[in-house]
Design a protein around this ligand. Structure first.
Ligand SMILES: [Zn+2]
Length: 344
């Protein structure tokens, strides 16, 4: 597989280390293109890091890739999942349930996952909607709810199960000759974890470190009040490791991770400055700030994003404004309608 911008997402199997293989699985839409599942083979079978989105073609691609390794779905002993987003957790949860493979997920995901499982099949309001309203983005909530009412929601959470075990920070996982250390890296979600193979010099980085894009911050069912603060602290913590190779969930692997971590920190510092300038220029709610700054690598106007990405953008803006508040660069206050306003 080549290291051009999209070559990594072509179906197949790439050996990334002894007994470790990268298997890209398809995703709906062409935004992220694919999600990498890492197959770690042991004398007894195979452990997968992340599971993919539960599409029939994802399962077929996984089955074909395992076949190239003389394995099948029945060989899967265990899923270690970096976080509870659909493209990582859904197929792991489905196959784990179906095949009896053990599914493990960071304990920080517990609140969001229990909420998803408990609300399955019901249409009550989510804490994320409440957060968007407080951000002054009621029109986004209205648009999302309208799409849901029109049948755009496939109720995927009906297929979600709780994991068999919750992973804890610094927990050690033994897989045959390989030892992985679990490191909690909250930020992308509260319970995101990475898996470090110290002996091989590898970090299975999930969505914490991605080579081409900056991970979204704090998009989850029970949103955190400190997603960016936590993300920056997690980046600094992982930066304290030796300059190991990074094996991300989206994109090709990279032989060293420090330079990418520095870029990600620099990106958020630049975004904090842009958003502070927007507040100084009079933007008050997170929705107003989000509309005042450019988005994506291509620096496009907020209004050109689809509703899902506008929701992510507002959510990220909230996380940056929370961090600016923590640095005492902006002050927040809530009006009678429960909408949060910011002043420099
Ligand atoms: Zn992802």
């Amino acid at each position: 597989m080549s290291d051009d911008r999209h070559g990594w997402s072509e179906p197949g199997v790439e050996q990334v280390a002894p007994n470790a293989f990268r298997i890209p699985l398809p995703l709906p839409g062409d935004g992220l293109r694919a999600v990498n599942v890492y197959a770690l083979t042991t004398p007894g079978g195979v452990t997968l890091i992340d599971g993919g989105w539960a599409l029939p073609e994802s399962q077929e691609t996984l089955e074909a890739a395992l076949g190239q390794l003389d394995l099948d779905l029945g060989s899967i002993e265990r899923f270690l999942v970096t976080h509870a987003h659909r493209d990582h957790y859904e197929l792991a949860s489905k196959l784990g349930h179906l095949l009896g493979a053990r599914v493990e997920l960071g304990i920080g995901e517990r609140g969001s996952l229990e909420s998803i499982v408990a609300r399955a099949g019901r249409h009550d309001d989510s804490p994320l909607n409440a957060r968007l309203r407080a951000a002054g983005a009621i029109e986004i909530v209205t648009e999302i709810e309208a799409a849901r009412a029109a049948g755009g929601d496939d109720r995927s959470e009906l297929h979600w199960h709780l994991p068999d075990a919750w992973l804890r920070d610094r927990q050690v996982v033994e897989l045959g000759n390989r030892t992985l250390e679990v490191l909690a890296t909250p930020g992308h979600t509260r319970g995101h974890v990475v898996f470090v193979d110290h002996a091989a010099g590898l970090v299975f980085s999930g969505d914490h470190l991605l080579p081409h894009i900056t991970p979204s911050i704090g998009f989850e069912t029970i949103p955190s009040d400190s997603a960016l603060t936590d993300y920056l602290a997690s980046l600094a913590m992982v930066r304290g490791l030796p300059d190991f190779a990074m094996l991300p969930a989206h994109g090709p692997s990279r032989p060293s991770m420090h330079a990418r971590i520095d870029e990600l920190i620099g990106h958020h510092e630049a975004r904090l400055k842009q958003m502070l300038a927007a507040v100084e220029a009079g933007a008050s709610t997170a929705f107003e700030v989000a509309r005042a700054v450019p988005w994506t690598r291509r620096e496009v106007d907020f209004r050109t994003l689809d509703v899902f990405n506008r929701m992510l953008a507002v959510n990220e803006t909230v996380a940056h404004l929370d961090e600016l508040g923590r640095r005492e660069l902006v002050a927040a206050s809530r009006d009678a309608d429960g909408v949060t306003h910011h002043a420099a």
